[in-house]
Design a protein around this ligand. Structure first.
Ligand code: SF4
Length: 191
């Protein structure tokens, strides 16, 4: 029997037109840009707040804790890497204090373009920041929305706890697993 083993999902290169993006100012105080990971033609798009590190301190490739926990839930739900694409509200990880509201609003336009181009069948938003930005409502939270489907921006959308929150509070893992399974089941229904 195969067992779970975290792996480095392929990174989607940043489009040439966006490589020099400086629109929100994070280019001078954020990590390098990561556009997305996994299969850009996948039926499921997972939306996180911002990219975690894909390289360790010495620059060698690594699978960060967020990705490890997400991949475990994905594996247990019977989903394959090819069925998934991961992207972010912000394409850079902020390294210092920044204007959150303004930066998220500006960078969301890139996600909107990705949606138009990729047209995923299902969306899974992870964590309150991704949920609030994607739903366009600062009042909503994972707690009140998880476990069911929502029509957002014209897409069937589910929400779940951020894998990092799950690592900090392992009692949340069964809820993350449940929500990823919800998405896997829906995909089986519609395919
Ligand atoms: S975070 Fe988004 S808007 Fe800001 S510089 Fe990067 S790609 Fe551009």
């Amino acid at each position: 029997m195969n067992s779970f083993c975290p792996e480095i999902w392929p990174e989607e290169p940043t489009p040439k037109s966006q490589i020099d993006c400086q629109e929100c100012g994070l280019y001078c105080q954020g990590s390098r840009m990561v556009w997305g990971e996994g299969n850009s033609n996948a039926p499921i798009m997972i939306v996180l707040d911002n990219p975690g590190a894909r390289e360790g301190r010495e620059g060698s490739p690594m699978v960060c804790g967020t990705r490890q926990t997400l991949q475990k839930a994905v594996y247990e739900a019977g989903l394959h890497q090819d069925q998934l694409y991961v992207t972010y509200i912000l394409k850079r990880r902020p390294l210092r204090k920044y204007d959150k509201e303004r930066t998220r609003t500006i960078c969301m336009q890139h996600l909107e373009e990705q949606l138009i181009k990729q047209k995923p069948a299902l969306i899974l938003c992870l964590g309150n920041v991704a949920v609030q930005s994607f739903f366009g409502n600062p009042e909503v939270e994972v707690k009140g929305l998880r476990g069911t489907w929502h029509e957002v921006r014209g897409y069937q959308t589910a929400v779940a706890y951020h894998p990092l929150a799950v690592r900090r509070r392992p009692n949340l893992y069964p809820l993350l697993a449940e929500d990823v399974a919800l998405v896997a089941n829906k995909l089986h229904e519609i395919q």
